[in-house]
Design a binder for this molecule. Structure first.
Ligand code: DOR
Ligand code: ZN
Length: 331
């Protein structure tokens, strides 16, 4: 049995820089037709030079695979003039609350003070991508941030707002409340709960931000994904860290799923008899939401066991050493 996907897109992806970029980029580029590339590098992507340099490095690392890197800028208070100049080089601007996650120290302290930038983005039709967590109690951070999304959606009704990597039933419900609100969801949040991370022995390779939540949250996310909720799209948030940063007394947040994300979704959608909805979830919804046309690329998978490698370079992937029932057919 084989299954074909057309132009799968990963709408939230960390590729990093240097050697790490060279290791991970081909693992996304061989299966995906494109991806939204996160700007939270050690030196954030927050000016035109950095953007050009990083885009060039990403394209080089993905070559010769056909893969469109949809670049993002790290949110700062930018002038309308600068945004107008840069508009065609980016798919959106990613907002991190200051200090909330990896390399986000230069993020936003006050949404109020960012209003002129939001207004300019709205006029220029530049989507706003948001890491929506407060600095409150870890399980409540996303839910507590929803009031900020409401304020943004109401204050800037023509601004396209993407709630990145949603993890709660409350966020799924929130999608219905405002026309200009959309979301990405990761594969791992469809599969795990906090119990998998910390219910037994601590599993550093399952630690990410936002942290996996309760069973009822996972179920709500899964229900929405399996029916390819039109305002929801795949964003793997594949976030590689070298093994010594994960297996450490201070474990970095991030789960590396890029090489197996689509295979995991095949297993999941097949299990629930929903394979017919997978194409929308991994590509068509994103193209509609962002109003883009992805490069045409057909990817085939075969129902055949695949052993997930223990490591890719010095990065341990999710499900390292385990068997998956679907295998990528190399072109
Ligand atoms: O787990 C995460 N890792 N969440 C994020 O928001 C950032 C990411 C990273 O860059 O490592
Ligand atoms: Zn991310």
């Amino acid at each position: 049995m084989t299954f074909k996907l057309t132009s799968p897109l990963d709408m939230h992806l960390h590729l990093r820089e240097g050697e790490m970029l060279k290791t991970v980029a081909p693992l996304s580029a061989r299966t995906f037709a494109g991806g939204v590339i996160m700007p939270n590098l050690v030196l954030p992507v927050d000016n035109e030079n950095r953007l050009r340099e990083y885009e060039t490095a990403v394209r080089q690392a993905c070559s010769p695979h056909q893969f469109e890197p949809y670049m993002t800028l790290f949110f700062k208070n930018y002038s309308a003039k600068f945004l107008e100049k840069i508009r065609d080089r980016i798919i959106g601007i990613k907002l991190y609350p200051a200090g909330i996650t990896t390399h986000s120290e230069g993020g936003v302290d006050s949404l109020q003070q960012a209003q002129p930038t939001f207004a300019a983005m709205q006029e220029l039709q530049i989507p706003l991508l948001v890491h929506g967590e407060t600095d409150g109690f870890v399980l409540d951070r996303e839910r507590d941030f929803l009031s900020n999304y409401a304020w943004l959606a109401k204050s800037f009704p023509r601004l396209k707002i993407i709630m990145e990597h949603i993890t709660t039933a409350a966020a799924v419900d929130f999608l219905q409340l405002y026309e200009n609100i959309y979301a990405t969801v990761t594969v791992h949040h469809l599969l795990i709960t906090l119990d998998d991370v910390a219910g037994g022995m601590l599993r550093p390779h399952l630690f990410c931000k936002p942290i996996a939540k309760r069973p009822q949250d996972r179920e709500a996310l899964l229900d929405a994904a399996l029916q390819a909720h039109p305002k929801l799209m795949l964003g793997s948030d594949s976030a590689p860290h070298p093994v010594h940063r994960k297996e450490s007394s201070c474990c970095a947040a991030g789960i590396f799923t890029a090489p197996i994300a689509l295979q995991l979704l095949l297993v999941l959608f097949e299990k629930y008899g929903k394979l017919d909805y997978l194409q929308d979830f991994v590509s068509d919804n994103a193209q509609w939401i962002y109003d883009i046309t992805a490069p045409k690329k057909e990817v085939r998978f075969e129902k055949k066991n695949f052993s997930v490698p223990e490591k890719y370079g010095d990065i341990v992937p999710m499900f390292a050493g385990e068997e998956l029932a679907w295998h990528l057919v190399e072109p």
